[in-house]
Design a protein around this ligand. Structure first.
Ligand code: NAP
Length: 262
């Protein structure tokens, strides 16, 4: 598939994890991709891998907490590849803090990285987009959450609202959608995870496994492509069915019983 032939995509937070997977997928479908983040070595490695696989990619360093860096990043992407068609807002951080314990620094850290940067990057990008698509990477924490995930959970819910606002304000030229990933196995989340705990997590997913960056990348590619030409303002859960489960402790026994019956 060459759904992104002659198109340029900017993927924030693509030095590793989900963003790197999205960059690889869009490049594999023909996009010229700008890889970005703060870590030059890792970003250049992702861009290098894409080039070695026959794709087109360049790394531009930017700190998404810095408004000037964001403006320079978007303009550099346009200059490097002659336009901009797809923006994937993905750079994200979290703190393990409760709403009554989080500090103003925790708030600024998460809100500036995961929320303000999405707006500033989209606002700058849309100036250069004749038509195209923006995909905002949110989380299943936008729908259901856990203790000590504030302000990440509040921000991720806010991204779904921001997506709807942008869909109205940037349409009809530019479509804007959200993907809400669930548990995605990357170094940060599963790198040193106890194997028994991982097995337990897998057992409470209807898919029987955790997600991969490629799973999220497939959904992002769909929403960014013309296959989603009539989809805007939407939020797509990519969580292996996790959010569909109410009593998750009942699911492993249920599955074992059903498998025993076969
Ligand atoms: N993994 C999951 O289970 C999961 C689930 C739901 C949602 N998500 C969302 O998916 C997105 C990607 O997360 P991930 O899991 O792939 O995490 P990750 O592996 O930790 O990657 C985070 C990316 O964000 C970049 N980043 C962080 N702070 C930045 C800053 N100030 N300026 C520029 N770039 C910055 C990092 O690059 P540098 O360090 O090089 O700057 C890195 O490329 C996030 O929005 C996250 O909330 C992840």
């Amino acid at each position: 598939m060459e759904r992104f032939a002659d198109r340029t995509a900017l993927v924030t937070g693509s030095t590793r994890g989900i963003g790197a997977g999205v960059a690889r997928r869009l490049a594999a479908e023909g996009a010229s991709v700008v890889v970005t983040g703060r870590t030059r070595e890792a970003g250049e490695a992702v861009a290098g891998e894409i080039s070695e696989a026959g794709g087109e990619a360049a790394f531009v360093r930017a700190d998404m907490r810095e408004p000037d860096d964001i403006a320079t990043l978007v303009d550099a992407a346009v200059e490097r590849f002659g336009g901009l068609d797809v923006l994937v807002n993905n750079a994200g951080v979290e703190t393990n803090t409760a709403a009554d314990e989080a500090t103003e620094d925790d708030w600024d850290f998460v809100v500036e990285t995961d929320f303000r940067s999405y707006w500033l990057c989209a606002r700058r990008a849309v100036r250069h987009m004749d038509d195209g698509a923006i995909v905002n990477v949110s989380s299943n924490h936008a729908r259901l959450t856990m203790p000590e995930m504030f302000p990440y959970n509040a921000v991720k819910a806010g991204i779904d609202g921001m997506t709807r606002a942008m869909a109205l304000d940037f349409g009809p030229r530019v479509r804007v959608n959200t993907v809400n990933p669930g548990w995605v196995a990357i170094d940060r989340t599963t790198g040193d995870m106890d194997p028994d705990y991982r097995e337990h997590l897998e057992s409470i997913h209807p898919t029987g496994r955790l997600g991969t960056p490629a799973d999220v990348a497939g959904a992002v590619a769909f929403l960014a492509s013309d296959d989603a030409a009539f989809v805007t303002g939407a939020s797509l859960l990519v969580d292996g069915g996790r959010t569909a489960v109410m009593q998750d402790d009942a699911l492993p026994d249920y599955r074992a019983r059903r498998e025993g019956e076969r």
